[in-house]
Design a binder for this molecule. Sequence first.
Ligand code: AMP
Length: 255
Amino acid sequence: MRITRTVAETRAALRGAENVGLVPTMGAYHAGHLSLFRAAREECETVVASLFVNPAQFGEDGDLARYPRDEAHDAGLAEEHGVDLLFAPAADELYPPGYETWVEVEEASRRLEGEHRPGHFRGVATICLKLFNIVRPRRAYFGQKDAQQVEVLRRMIRDLNLELELRVLPTVRDPDGLALSSRNALLTPEERRRALALPRALATKDPARAQTLLDGLDVDYIEVAPFDPPALVAAIRIGSTRLIDNVPLDQGDPQ
Ligand code: AMP
């Protein structure tokens, strides 16, 4: 596996490559990321992962500083799971001094996560468009775990006529139901136990029952979102950690 740090190096390494799959990540790999690498490996000739903790999608609350980072460990896992090229730039490679261009996906970014994390999806859309332009993938791989992110990116791809396929892979969970997330590492054992109410509530696929199961917790939102497919989505705060999760709803589920 090759590791690149600059846009120029990455473009040179990929010159002439066809059928490229891109997995954008912020590192701290767990089985959710690995499932995306695996899918890309099966469907693409060249698999690129980006490893970049994107400052533009974080707020001012210290979340960026707390974000877990271990590049050497991540690089080992990426290589083991068939990644050909890991693009791991420094922040000023992608946001050099004077940077001032942003992508706003207006409506899809406003509600839910957008309401609680102002500017978050502007950062996500901008970094993804930059990565798509640098890597030129035929397919890009994302997790259902971040359902609103998928909606925002789908809208951007359509609105800006980008020529790539968005592939969405199911949420990978621990055996107790908690969706894998880099942020789970920040939970104490007691907080982790309380966090299990979130997957239990979502598993009902019923907003009213879910709400009841989350009683007593600090809930940012729990509701059915009109995504494709519709999903019961929720965000809660446990101590200083914020967790999001969702379940896609089928026809026949209460909506
Ligand atoms: P992140 O590194 O957190 O930005 O995540 C990179 C990609 O992995 C995103 O497309 C996420 O939606 C996806 N992802 C994160 N957690 C999971 C999970 N538990 N199952 C499946 N995909 C996930």
